[in-house]
Design a protein around this ligand. Structure first.
Ligand SMILES: *Cc1c(COP(=O)(O)O)cnc(C)c1O
Length: 364
């Protein structure tokens, strides 16, 4: 069976991770220590941000961005319904309300053209999502935000190592959130997240807020939250970060092969903006025959999955919140299918997947 993702690490990396975990155990320092500082510094350098703050998860990273930037109760946040529900959960946890926009039919990312009429005065922020690792059209989003005086928070949870021109995703907005959930391109062995920002003030505020709002020992200036990236995860992630660039290149190579080989079939793929680099968190094909294709590939021992089968606004927990017209999101939710893509996917398996998809379209 070919899996959809493969979380195993190669022998060399596994040995390094085991050694570093042992070091952390021996250090008896598990929270807010040198490992976190070191990983934050390396991550800052990798992204080309001014600062990075390690937190407990991607969801908490989004929450802390909102809170540090003054978005909360009574405020509304523009985002998309074509994302992980955790994007909307972060907004709701801060007491704000999501407002769902539609996505562009080519890039599948937030389309400001779907925003109708004059903006409600409660709309304070915009949270575009670099879905499947594909950068949003940040030029257009930043211009829209400037015109409407909105805070910009990038949901870069799937986009570690993606870029537009020479700038990485996570450096465009006022702040950005990354996730180290195990299946993400930079996956930990547990939960973890990171905030990047160009503002020293925002970074400092998030450092305080992630640790309960404590500004000095026993003194809580704010009622913050409890969400720190622990030493064990920071140490593991620092080892894995060294492989990320090469891993993303491998993903891009495989994605390029899929697009070339499957290009003549009645399938659509996510388009990457000119001059941008997607880190291909997922490779997704679009077809009205999605469910039949999924079943066919399963019989061929190829695992696929649907990210995401339900638009966020269509789910019971989020139905009551405002949205604009979302025909593209509605259509895509019914037609997307993720096929296996991970750095260790062998050429042989990739060829077999391509052959099997071609075979499917001969039978229909
Ligand atoms: C994974 C993910 C999140 C949540 O990250 P966690 O680390 O699981 O909390 C949020 N938004 C998007 C787009 C994601 O893919």
């Amino acid at each position: 069976m070919i899996p959809l993702v493969d979380l195993s690490t190669d022998k060399k990396l596994t040995a390094k991770i085991k050694a570093t975990v042992c070091d952390v155990i021996d250090s008896k320092n598990y929270i807010l220590g040198e490992r976190l500082k070191s990983f934050e510094k390396k991550f800052t350098g990798f992204i080309g941000a001014e600062d990075a703050v390690g937190v407990g998860s991607g969801t908490d990273a989004l929450r802390l961005c909102l809170r540090a930037l003054g978005v909360g109760a009574g405020d509304m946040v523009l985002t998309v319904g074509f994302t992980s529900p955790f994007t909307a959960i972060a907004i709701l946890e801060e007491g704000a309300m999501p407002v769902f926009c539609d996505i562009d039919p080519e890039t599948w990312t937030l389309d400001v053209k779907s925003i109708e009429g004059k903006l409600d005065s409660h709309i304070k922020a915009i949270m575009p999502v670099h879905i499947y690792g594909n950068p949003c059209n940040m030029d257009v989003i930043l211009e829209f935000a400037k015109k409407n005086n909105l805070v910009v928070i990038e949901d870069a949870c799937q986009a570690v190592g993606a870029s537009i021109g020479s700038k990485m995703t996570g450096t465009f907005g006022d702040a950005a959130a990354f996730s180290f959930y195990p299946t993400k391109n930079l996956g930990g062995m547990g939960d973890g997240g990171m905030v990047t920002t160009a503002s020293g003030e925002t970074a400092e505020m998030i450092r305080v807020l992630r640790h309960g709002g404590q500004t000095k020992r026993f003194w809580h200036e704010y009622a913050g939250i409890n969400s720190r990236l622990d030493e064990m995860q920071a140490a593991i992630l620092e080892e894995k970060l060294a492989y990320l660039k090469e891993d993303n290149r491998k993903r891009a190579g495989l994605a390029g092969k899929y697009v070339r080989e499957l290009g003549n079939l009645p399938l659509k793929f996510q388009e990457v903006l000119t001059g941008a680099f997607s880190c291909w968190h997922q490779f997704v094909v679009l077809t009205p025959l999605r469910d039949r294709l999924k079943e066919f590939l399963l019989k061929k021992d190829i695992t696929t999955d649907i990210y995401y089968p339900y638009a966020v606004y269509s789910q019971k927990a989020f139905m009551e919140f405002p949205k604009f017209k979302t025909p593209v999101t509605d259509k895509l939710s019914g037609q997307v299918l993720s096929i296996p893509l991970y750095p260790s996917l062998s050429d042989g398996d990739c060829d077999y997947i391509i052959k099997s998809i071609k075979e499917f379209f001969k039978t229909v």
